[in-house]
Design a protein around this ligand. Structure first.
Ligand SMILES: NC(=O)c1ccc[n+]([C@@H]2O[C@H](COP(=O)([O-])OP(=O)(O)OC[C@H]3O[C@@H](n4cnc5c(N)ncnc54)[C@H](OP(=O)(O)O)[C@@H]3O)[C@@H](O)[C@H]2O)c1
Length: 331
């Protein structure tokens, strides 16, 4: 069998270029005892991939030059020499950006496809959904009537955080980069207030929408937006640092917060989240989110692109704001 895969050819200096990747084909190795062969159907495109393309400055070692690009992928087991996995079962894991993946079964998650189609298991029922769930509930500790501000709100993490916060009785303010995304947050995700950060002044709007300050800031973008949020904290506020997509293309010269003394005066907490720390509890969270989806309390927008060869072009969309919903490449 022939495998087509996306390999990392070179590291970007700043912005990702198409020629940082190559698409190559090669024969698949024979399956060894304990291994499974997965036919990949969907590949998750995630903001963290920009960091994985570097030598290794993030929480996980960078992808080696010439190696398959790391990605969360999901697909069907089509051959198995591992007793834990049967042919026909669906699985996800760090299976890479390729058509087929051979795995020894370690860190493979079985997917319950009856709870949602494969792509959803890379989005709201996968790693980003878990990030929203644990980042908000464990780190943000929302209470009824809290006011929460979420940046990068129209992404899968931000929109899920906002909808769970609504379920918990919070007032939800989100910022995103277009009017269309803001309307989506208001009309489909039930946000209370939205800010188009490209055309409106975030500080002015936060003061108008949250005159007593914000109790939770869920940060997906970092940079100057974090400064503005810090300046608007209410007493006892929690700041959850989930991501900093505005900085990912320039991590050697990252913009740090200037207003951090506001944590002192607000008697606040500033804390980070890494979703993998909650891996044991993911199954319970998946169940709860699936129930909310069935009850129509949560909605997840997807942005599906078809064709492995579109990997480089599609990945770049995350850093320009061209994606609208969870970006997944269908193989
Ligand atoms: N800590 C963890 O364990 C963990 C796990 C998963 C994800 N994350 C983080 O969670 C965040 C959201 O992830 P996601 O999967 O939901 O992706 P996402 O929000 O879909 O990310 C892409 C979006 O980011 C926004 N963006 C891009 N460049 C920006 C900039 N310079 N300034 C402001 N916004 C910008 C764009 O939306 P606009 O059109 O609104 O600009 C774009 O559509 C990311 O920071 C990611 O790294 C953290």
């Amino acid at each position: 069998m022939i495998n087509t895969k996306v390999i990392l050819k070179s590291r970007p200096k700043r912005l990702i270029e198409n020629n940082n990747f190559d698409i190559v084909t090669e024969p698949l190795a024979d399956l060894q005892p304990n291994e499974v062969l997965v036919q990949i159907e969907a590949i998750s495109l995630d903001p963290a991939m920009r960091g994985w393309m570097d030598e290794g400055t993030t929480y996980i070692k960078g992808v080696s030059i010439g190696a398959v690009m790391r990605s969360f992928s999901a697909g069907k087991v089509i051959r198995s020499k591992n007793d834990m996995f049967k042919e026909g079962e669906y699985v996800s894991g760090l299976l890479g950006a390729q058509q087929y993946s051979i795995s020894n079964g370690e860190n493979l998650t079985k997917l319950n496809i009856s709870k949602g189609k494969v792509s959803l298991h890379l989005g709201i029922l996968g790693m980003p959904g878990m990030t929203a769930y644990f980042g908000l509930l464990e780190k943000g500790t929302p209470k009824k009537e809290d006011v929460i501000y979420i940046s990068g709100a129209a992404g899968i993490v931000g929109s899920t955080v906002g909808q769970i916060a609504k379920i918990k009785g919070c007032t939800v303010i989100g910022s995103a980069g277009s009017d269309e995304k803001c309307q989506y947050l208001l009309n489909e995700c039930g946000f209370d207030k939205v800010i188009n950060y490209k055309t409106e002044d975030i500080d002015e709007k936060l003061k108008e929408y949250a005159p007593e300050g914000i109790h939770i800031y869920y940060d997906n973008v970092g940079g100057p937006t974090l400064d503005i949020a810090l300046a608007n904290l209410a007493k006892g506020a929690r700041v959850v640092i989930c991501g900093a997509i505005s900085q990912y293309n320039n991590m050697n010269n990252i913009y740090g917060p200037k207003n951090y003394m506001k944590i002192v005066t607000a008697r606040g907490h500033l804390t980070g989240i890494i979703v993998f720390d909650y891996a044991e509890d993911w199954p319970n969270a998946i169940n709860e989110i699936s129930n909310w989806i069935n009850e129509k309390k949560i909605f997840a927008k997807e942005h599906l692109i078809h064709g492995l060869e579109k990997f480089p072009e599609s990945l770049k969309m995350l850093y320009t704001g061209e994606n609208f919903g969870k970006l997944v490449l269908m193989v």
